[in-house]
Design a protein around this ligand. Structure first.
Ligand code: DX5
Ligand code: ZN
Length: 217
């Protein structure tokens, strides 16, 4: 199933709740929430108080993308405040399996992310236990960047690796995705689509509906 996960990093924070409600009403299935610590990535975004507060704005799935070093330190707290899927970076921890197990012990879904420069083969030991793979299509840290063209082959390769193991795991993509390149991204094998600028710049309802139309929803 194809799923749309608008990234609120590009929303207007003065009316964040309203903008989330608009994306929700227009049919987006997830809400993508980027948490950055200024260490794993250069920027600092927002954290627990914001997530807690916007939890009241929607019942949609909270798809939390942790761009933080040693994520295991905070998994429990992110689970408690209403995250449904917790995605962390393979590069941010010495023991990815421990993080996956911790997320599962709290009955949440675990996502495993890789940056554009990380070999897709590094995912192999975790393919069976993870609920979602996030193939970053830009260098994490900022919204509004252009998609890195090598991403298409990387997505195809991850889909092939999963299929060879008989797995139908979700592949999420994040960064530089717009209605113009969405079809190629889907054709490469991704099915959970994150978009910040593509949804929140301009008319949120129209943008969301156009994404969903291309996704066949
Ligand atoms: C980047 C974040 C993205 C970001 C995407 O590090 O992980 O979720 O919001 O923004 P766009 O869709 O504008 O590239
Ligand atoms: Zn993200």
């Amino acid at each position: 199933m194809n799923i749309l996960s608008p990234s609120i990093l590009s929303a207007d924070f003065t009316i964040l709740g309203q903008q989330i409600e608009e994306a929700d009403r227009a049919g987006a299935q997830y809400i993508h929430i980027d948490v950055m610590d200024g260490i794993f990535v250069p920027s600092i975004s927002y954290g627990m108080p914001v997530i807690k507060s916007i939890r009241k704005a929607t019942d949609k799935v909270f798809d939390v993308h942790l761009m933080i070093k040693d994520p295991i330190r905070y998994i429990e707290e992110f689970a408690e405040i209403g995250s449904d899927i917790i995605t962390f970076h393979l590069e941010a921890t010495d023991d990815p399996q421990a993080v996956i197990d911790k997320i599962h012990s709290l009955s949440k879904k675990a996502g495993l992310a890789i940056k554009p420069g990380t070999s897709v083969e590094t995912l192999v030991p975790y393919l069976e236990t993870v609920d979602m793979i996030l193939v970053m299509t830009v260098e994490p840290g900022f919204g509004g960047q252009s998609l890195i063209p090598e991403s298409y082959d990387r997505i195809r390769r991850v889909r092939q690796m999963l299929t060879e193991k008989g797995l139908d795991t979700d592949i999420q993509v994040d960064g530089g995705i717009y209605s113009g390149n969405l079809k190629d991204i889907l054709d490469a094998g991704a099915n959970v689509i994150v978009s910040g600028s593509g949804i929140f710049k301009g008319n949120i309802t129209d943008n969301t509906k156009e994404f969903l139309r291309i996704m066949g929803n």
